[in-house]
Write a protein that binds this ligand. Sequence first.
Ligand code: G
Ligand code: G
Ligand code: MN
Ligand code: NA
Length: 250
Amino acid sequence: HRQEDELRQAIADERFEIHYQPRYRSAGLHIIGAEALLRWPHAERGLLLPESFIPLAEETGLIATLGNWVLRQACRDAVAWPDGLVVSVNLSPLQLRHEQLLDEVKAALAESGLPASRLELEITESALLQENAGTLALLSSLKALGVRLAMDDFGTGYSSLSNLRTYPFDVIKIDTSFVGGMQQNAEDHSIVRALIDLGRGLNLQVTAEGVETAEQLRLLQADGCTEVQGFHMSRPLAADALLTLLARRT
Ligand code: G
Ligand code: G
Ligand code: MN
Ligand code: NA
């Protein structure tokens, strides 16, 4: 239980950081928002990435408290950004099972003063595995608040197109793995194009994630992908570094 105790203590002491990866409109590469990515600066082990502690947080139920901290901190940070920029927060599937999520989102918006339209919640399809009336009601209530909903890692895992019909998503985020392969691999490029067309047909925004090269960006622009995110434009940045970048741009 040593790791669990350590995680519990770090949550109690709020010893986490959020890094923000800018998201851009493909045409002109204007920043339109940023994705909140959780980091744990650890005294002995360095800056820990989510995959090294989110699973433990999920197993122990600590994700509820940690996820709520991320939500509140991301809203507080995003209020300082130029008007209209959207902050995207990743939700664990377990957070969608908790009835208090709706109230926590309302509270995070109210206490920060961030307009609901500037908060986007990213959900992976594993969260939607069991058709669940509670999940649909929750997502509909979040949507009714004015929050945006993004389907994350689209095309991987348990993808089902019916999720796009059932749930009120605003955005599809095309998974890094397809974007990473599109330059060398005709199949990956075909999948990316199909997802872009699907988004257009369903009136959803499409964000391509994991854009690492100028050529990938060019292909995505040519294919009509409206939004891009990735190391080619910017790595995830500490909150103050993002503010510096935004100040230089506006
Ligand atoms: O940069 P990156 O290594 O941060 O993110 C790795 C994974 O961790 C991604 O799948 C991302 O969705 C997830 N992740 C990042 N931040 C959070 C968070 O605050 N909550 C949850 N549940 N997942 C996160
Ligand atoms: O939430 P999601 O699973 O989409 O998490 C995004 C992940 O992708 C994070 O771990 C983030 O650091 C990572 N990422 C962001 N941009 C790039 C990129 O250009 N290339 C790769 N390989 N990963 C990226
Ligand atoms: Mn994400
Ligand atoms: Na993703």
